[in-house]
Write a protein that binds this ligand. Structure first.
Ligand SMILES: NC(=O)c1ccc[n+]([C@@H]2O[C@H](COP(=O)([O-])OP(=O)(O)OC[C@H]3O[C@@H](n4cnc5c(N)ncnc54)[C@H](O)[C@@H]3O)[C@@H](O)[C@H]2O)c1
Ligand SMILES: [Zn+2]
Length: 352
């Protein structure tokens, strides 16, 4: 078990990696706690919720709405939750984003904590204090910055996670390696067997290293005025293809990272071998890496998404492994860059 303290302006939030949900009583006062979880997690771990006042919500991105928040608030009132109540979100990123948000607005804010049960949740969504819901199809447009008291990353619960969801988390882990700590990439490469067989010790070390990258960045720039934006590496293209291509978030980010790495090669920042190394690693873990054929469509979506960034698009590029930069890229230049990346990929594919 390892602990990270995430220090921000008004809170020290503890992230405990390798602790288990079954020990939750050591962290909370059961009588004043109300748990929020989703149907899948509740069904799989029903026994562990015994004796806990629990609100069960639906699953998936579609339930990250104000309607779900209303439903939870009604239940909180039924449970007579007051200012001294504690809200515990048990689940993946959808549950923790919702639980963090509702805790921040119910009675102007009550204390809250998370048990994070997906790999993506553990290395990304549960860490950093961004909470919120979607609105009319727009992602995360309503929300707050607010840090939980604690986050427990229960590695044993990853055993029930579908493989595709596990790989989605690995993509964010690879992102952390590329932007902040190349040793994560080495470990992912060398310990493949242990990782896919969910070896507790190996995963604990990797999740720890991955969270360290994010928590260091968040402790410097909690509200994303500048530095925190590097965590969006791979996300500009990723978001543009996520819905259109019916991919998980991690799969879309995988392709987005390949695009951003390709542009970094085109701009002469990194050697083609770095591009090859990361693409190989993504493939090794079953993540997609081919840019969609219709580059024009991606550019259109990006243009629409980023319509407020008038004089060019803020793109996260890589100067060297472990070092990301934010650079303005001209929207008209983007199409040329993408086309070159596709050609590069084709050529490399032929060499293979
Ligand atoms: N707040 C942030 O900084 C931040 C960062 C990244 C992502 N996010 C958000 O996180 C969400 C995605 O998170 P996610 O990938 O964890 O998705 P998710 O919460 O939808 O979980 C994925 C699926 O796995 C199921 N599940 C959860 N734990 C399980 C377990 N232990 N065993 C079996 N099944 C389990 C869920 O019911 C769901 O069907 C998105 O809404 C995204 O916007 C937030
Ligand atoms: Zn992401």
């Amino acid at each position: 078990m390892q602990t990270i303290s995430l220090n921000t302006k008004d809170k020290i939030s503890k992230i405990i990696i390798g602790e288990e949900f079954t020990n939750i009583k050591n962290y909370i006062d059961i009588d004043r706690t109300i748990v929020i979880t989703d149907e899948n997690v509740f069904k799989l771990y029903e026994k562990q919720f015994e004796g806990l006042k629990t609100i069960v919500i639906g699953t998936g991105e579609k339930i990250k709405t104000l309607q779900t928040i209303e439903y939870i608030i009604e239940k909180l009132i039924e449970f007579k939750a007051d200012r001294k109540s504690f809200i515990l979100g048990v689940g993946g990123g959808v549950v923790t984003d919702i639980a963090g948000f509702v805790s921040s607005i119910y009675l102007r804010g009550v204390e809250f904590g998370f048990v994070s049960t997906t790999l993506l949740g553990q290395v990304d969504a549960s860490v950093g204090g961004k909470n919120g819901v979607n609105f009319k199809g727009l992602k995360n447009v309503i929300g707050v910055f607010n840090q939980p008291e604690f986050v427990i990353c229960d590695i044993s619960m990853l055993k029930t996670l579908p493989g595709r969801e596990f790989r989605s988390g690995l993509a964010e882990m690879i992102k952390h390696g590329v932007i902040g700590d190349p040793s994560i990439l080495e470990q992912l490469d060398e310990e493949y067997e242990k990782i896919i067989s969910l070896d507790q010790e190996t995963l604990e070390k990797l999740i720890y290293n991955s969270i360290c990258v994010k928590s260091k960045i968040v402790s410097i720039d909690e509200r994303e005025s500048e530095l925190r934006r590097i965590l969006n590496f791979g996300h500009t293209v990723g978001h543009a293809i996520e819905l259109a291509e019916d991919l998980t978030h991690g799969e879309a980010i995988s392709i987005g990272m390949v695009a951003a790495l390709g542009i970094s090669v085109e701009k002469g920042y990194i050697n083609i071998n770095v591009f090859i190394q990361i693409e190989k690693l993504l493939k090794k873990y079953g993540l997609p890496t081919d840019l969609p054929k219709d580059i024009g469509k991606i550019i259109e979506v990006i243009k629409f998404d980023k319509k407020n960034e008038k004089d060019g698009l803020n793109f996260i590029l890589i100067k060297e492994l472990g070092k990301a930069i934010i650079e303005k890229v001209d929207l008209d230049e983007l199409e040329k860059l993408f086309t070159s990346v596709c050609k590069q990929q084709l050529l490399l594919g032929n060499v293979d």
